[in-house]
Design a protein around this ligand. Structure first.
Ligand code: 9YT
Length: 132
């Protein structure tokens, strides 16, 4: 059984930051679940280019407000509490926040721990593991 607590994880290596977001990686590849699970904060009034070529991601909005623009067809999807979106086609998109957003994110294959976006908005398949 694995039991973890967000309040404790925030103070550990599980908290990974970038310019536009920070993410608490509660479950990772080393846990052997076949997916990783993160609580991510998207900072207010930001734009993030995302294109997970190597991963599938599902996102559930817990709080805040923003939108997604898919770049192949320029569609805009509003995101607000209760919204789920799944990048089932490795969809290249821009995530925009109006206010700070809290989202739950699930990745398949699972992240190793230390991943941050490269310039194309993706994560590599191999990365440094978190040791905790
Ligand atoms: C929605 C999204 O992918 N945001 C970037 C951070 C990501 N959720 C992560 O690495 O936890």
């Amino acid at each position: 059984m694995i039991v973890r607590n967000l309040e404790e994880a925030v103070k550990s290596e599980r908290r990974v930051q970038s310019k536009t977001w920070e993410s608490i990686r509660l479950l990772l590849r080393s846990d052997g679940m076949g997916f990783s699970l993160h609580i991510t904060t998207i900072y207010a009034n930001t734009e993030t280019l995302i294109w997970y070529k190597n991963h599938l991601e599902a996102v559930y909005c817990i709080s805040g407000e923003g939108e997604i623009e898919t770049l192949d067809d320029n569609k805009i999807y509003p995101i607000y509490p209760g919204t789920l979106y799944a990048l089932n086609k490795h969809d290249k998109h821009i995530l925009r926040s109006k206010v700070e957003m809290q989202i739950l994110c699930v990745f398949n294959p699972p992240l190793h721990g230390k991943e941050v976006h490269d310039t194309s908005g993706s994560y590599p398949l191999e990365a440094e593991e978190i040791q905790c």
